[in-house]
Ligand binder design. Structure first.
Ligand SMILES: C[S@@+](CC[C@H](N)C(=O)[O-])C[C@H]1O[C@@H](n2cnc3c(N)ncnc32)[C@H](O)[C@@H]1O
Length: 237
């Protein structure tokens, strides 16, 4: 069981306003021009637009419920044949193919809660890439203002969908509760400062091509979101 199973049907209405990243990931997929692996594919919020742009996707997710919603969405969009869904762990994905682009959109890597988990996830992404291939993902770290405004309060994120954030600043762990009319869940997300993501990426053998502060490609300047483009170095001649 995954903590996302109980909110699989709630996930799309809950994340309805999150659209700013779709064009960015579709553009990266078009650039790669061949099969993309998405780690933590969820309901296909990104994968289905990528497939609709003609790029095949292998989508890995731990939640059977999220994958079922994704399957329906791909079918409704007429791209089911381009979306290959596999239930599994992003630290050890059930993928033997090697690809030019691995992605992990919308903070999925924050579900890796320890350095050991993060190292395993980054090693998996590295392993899935051909030399020269790219790993693109986004994460966040909260600002003091965000913590102050939201800590311990139930806020209505979308009509009828409530969210409560409890921030543990010492452990850098967010406990996020989500509640709709018919479903609720509680999950934990662990954040890191950007320097630590940089260190982990380099230790995993990636070259860092860019760290953006938003999906419009503005450089990272200390905000909450960071969007990473990393490359598995090309093989030496
Ligand atoms: C915030 S959602 C992002 C979904 C999708 N990428 C998007 O952009 O909407 C995180 C997803 O990661 C999945 N996930 C969390 N931990 C995982 C793990 N260890 N292995 C595989 N999937 C995981 C969850 O089930 C969920 O679908």
């Amino acid at each position: 069981m995954s903590v996302y199973d109980s909110i699989a049907e709630l996930y799309d209405p809950w994340s309805r306003s999150v659209t700013e990243d779709v064009g960015f990931y579709v553009a990266e997929a078009r650039k790669a021009g061949s099969t993309v692996v998405e780690l933590g594919v969820g309901t296909g919020r990104i994968a289905v637009p990528v497939a609709s742009a003609g790029v095949p996707v292998i989508g890995v997710d731990a939640s059977a419920g999220m994958l079922e919603v994704c399957r329906r969405r791909a079918e409704a969009a007429g791209v089911a044949r381009l979306v290959d869904l596999r239930q599994g762990d992003l630290r050890d994905p059930p993928v033997t193919e090697r690809v030019r682009l691995v992605t992990s959109p919308f903070r999925a890597l924050l579900h890796a809660e320890t350095d050991e988990d993060r190292r395993a996830a980054l090693a998996a992404a590295h392993r899935l890439l051909v030399p020269g291939g790219r790993f693109v993902f986004d994460v966040f770290a909260p600002s003091p203002e965000d913590v102050k405004e939201t800590d311990g309060r139930w806020l209505e994120r979308e009509p009828g969908i409530w969210e409560r954030a409890d921030w543990d600043l010492e452990r850098r762990v967010l406990t996020l509760r989500v509640r709709g009319e018919a479903a609720e869940t509680s999950m934990t997300l662990a954040w890191l400062p950007t320097e630590e993501w940089r260190r982990l990426l380099e230790a995993a053998g990636f070259e860092i091509l860019a760290c953006y502060g938003w999906f419009d490609l503005r450089p990272y300047a200390g905000g909450e979101d960071s969007i990473w483009l990393a490359r598995r170095p090309a093989a030496l001649a």
